[in-house]
Design a protein around this ligand. Sequence first.
Ligand code: UD1
Length: 418
Amino acid sequence: MKDRFLVTGGSRLRGAVKVSGAKNSVLKLMAAALLAEGTTVLTNCPEILDVPLMKDVLEGLGCTVAIEGSTVTITTPAEVSSDADFEAVRQFRASVCVLGPLTARCGRAVVALPGGDAIGSRPLDMHQSGLEKMGATTRILHGAVVAEAEELHGAEINLDFPSVGATENILTAAVLAKGRTVLDNAAREPEIVDLCLMLKAMGAQIEGEGTSTITIDGVDKLHPTTHEVIGDRIVAGTWAYAAVMTQGDITVGGIAPRHLHLPLEKLKVAGADIETYENGFRVRMDHRPIAVDYQTLPFPGFPTDLQPMAIGISAIAKGTSVITENIFEARFRFVDEMTRLGADATVDGHHVVLRGVDQLSSTSVWSSDIRAGAGLVLAALCADGTTEVHDVYHIDRGYPKFVEFLQSLGATIERVSD
Ligand code: UD1
């Protein structure tokens, strides 16, 4: 757990990489397997730590789970347990996505609250009120959210904010509820569409996925299916920013470029040359990027998960950028680490002003979450000398084979275990 990366700046990254399935999709799809008795097969799964953690959660509920390379096979019994194991769930936030499927399948769900998070407060009020509109009662008891419903029924639900997690839990409950659910101000993320495609292949009746209004007609029973996880747009976006920051040339495969429309547009404004293909893109850059402003918003806005990369590119850009974080209030904690690398940054509430510098300067930095950790590695690639990036277990949770991919692109980076 105490591994660190030694990153030496100065290389221009060149070559080709292929991204695997999205972290923010695979865990929800694994949870959705709870909805149908029998064997569900997921392909193109990323080899990241959260997948075996979700395996533990599902096994605690009575499923049998096998992980073989990028294929995850889940066998769900006729009766699943309603109480998710406290220790298994507490380890990672995404485990809360079993709440919807368990309430639908068992009429009861007990899921430990994920607790504090480095990127900001992550309440479950919209998850709870959505289930309550469908006839469940919910409460917080002994550190867990408890949902109970004799029978879930369809409902009209308007989310205060297009929350990804709340949309997922409402969807996975509504597919087995009696009657029609209309979910307004739903999240439109590609991972929501991926979940809906899998649910539809399982026999669910859903319309409107990818728009703000999703209509779900509940069915009595779902059946298992085989599904390919969509490519990870955040990992793909990280490679795109790496290409521009290091003035390199990277071709990224395994991703629909429309899932990264705005992040790639921003790179074009910064001066990059971008070609898009059906299932990938190529990013080339031969000069210092021009400063661009960013503000994070729900999809199709600029993803909060790429905000550390936006800060990284702005730190070395020509000119001044203003970056606004609208989703997670504590995400700017990472800016202090960027300042240690020589970035000229001023934080004011949920804005940060960056005056680009010619070069960053190597030091020791600490990752606080997955994306901040990856952002620090990219920044270290633009620093003189060798930077030590600590607490890289965060990065391992979201970026399969990150060091190997970076080495294959010509970066000077190694993993050191103490
Ligand atoms: C998911 C992703 C995360 C990504 C985020 C936004 C996973 C495991 N995580 O997180 O990587 O950054 O989407 O794209 O898939 N909120 C409430 N009440 C609620 C639910 C959310 O106030 O009941 C707030 C949150 O505090 C936050 C905002 O809504 O400010 C967005 O949260 P949400 O979209 O739910 O993100 P997650 O699903 O937690």
